[in-house]
Design a protein around this ligand. Structure first.
Ligand code: ADP
Ligand code: MG
Length: 310
């Protein structure tokens, strides 16, 4: 059973339990309604050998990354992160210096975004390092961006260049640990302020963060929204191969869809606010949840091979 089949099985078997107003499994984070605001809650686990190689990352970078990937999911909902919970399973030999450095990386990123480290759990591991981080965020209910909100006609846009992280991983796997791209792979930058700001814009109809690559992630929006998309390959911002930009993972850039009439103002306001652009890469169209890839406006047949990532 693959990861998505397992999650789908859990979703189906957990269905109907608890308060039906809580929106659970299937988006970047769960949404728990309060009075006018909602809480969003997300959790992500990193396991040594599966998600990272200990010899290829510093403990400090790993501490920051384990929080960053969760901040990215909260931002993707249009919410502001408030508090985090950190659970670690550590081999005995890492309890000293390594653990202290890890904590320092986690602390620095927490301080940068003023997100309160509010608890967790610590245990020993007889095998690999395992790290689980949960982040709780908050937003006005109207700001929350679900994957199900895309509408035909919407502009599809991304929040920054894609593919750098996958190119960095390629360097690391080839034994080149010190390249600028390898550093990008180890130090993902979640679009925290951008996500919260976009949450406040009603013309943004759906949003998620790119953790598994555009070719893998956009279909989540298309399935949830019962729409299709056309993506112009030449419009995808990337300093590396287009394959890595489309099929590589761990970019942690925002992917959003926006009402077309409001797009020019949104794009201009975003650039004025953040000093970098939103990149339009295509459109939502009616149809079954598939992506038509275009090259200079002409449909091309592409089979992207998922790029192995940790
Ligand atoms: P993301 O890449 O945004 O973190 P994932 O692909 O990890 O999302 O998960 C997809 C959805 O499935 C999320 O809503 C997540 O909460 C849910 N999910 C994943 N694993 C489990 C699990 N073991 N139990 C319940 N829900 C899960
Ligand atoms: Mg996500």
């Amino acid at each position: 059973m693959g990861e998505f089949d397992f999650i789908e099985r859990l979703r189906a078997s957990f269905d109907g339990i608890g308060d039906p107003q809580i929106v659970g499994i299937g988006d970047d984070a769960a949404v728990i309604p309060l009075e006018d605001d909602v809480l969003v809650v997300t959790t992500d686990m990193l396991v040594e050998g599966v998600h990272f190689l200990r010899h290829a990352t510093s403990a400090r970078e790993l501490g920051a990354k384990s929080l960053a990937v969760n901040l990215s999911d909260v931002a993707a909902m249009g919410a502001r992160p408030l508090a985090s919970f950190l659970s670690v399973a550590l081999p005995v030999e890492l309890r000293g210096e390594w653990a202290a450095e890890f904590a320092e990386g986690y602390r620095e990123l927490s301080a940068r975004y003023d997100v309160k480290p509010a608890g967790g759990d610590t245990t020993s591991s007889l095998g690999p390092v395992a790290i689980n981080v949960t982040v709780v965020g908050r937003a006005p209910a109207a700001n929350i961006k679900y994957r199900s909100g895309a509408r035909p006609g919407d502009i599809v846009a991304v929040g920054g260049p894609l593919g750098e992280s996958a190119a960095g991983l390629r360097d690391i796997l080839a034994g080149h640990l010190d390249t600028p791209l390898a550093a990008k792979h180890r130090n993902p930058q979640a679009q925290v302020a951008e996500g919260e700001w976009l949450g406040g814009r009603l013309e943004v109809h759906s949003m998620m963060d790119l953790s598994d690559g555009l070719a893998g992630d956009l279909p989540h929006i298309l399935r949830a929204s019962k729409t299709a998309a056309e993506i112009e390959l030449t419009a995808i911002p990337t300093p590396v191969d287009i394959e890595l930009a489309v099929a590589g993972g761990e970019d942690y850039k925002l992917l959003l869809t926006c009402d077309p009439t409001a797009w020019p103002v949104l794009a201009a306001d975003f650039e004025a606010r953040f000093g970098s652009p939103l990149y339009p890469i295509g459109r939502i169209i009616p149809g079954s949840p598939e992506i038509t890839w275009l090259e200079n406006g002409t449909p091309v047949q592409k089979k992207w091979h998922g790029f192995a990532h940790f």
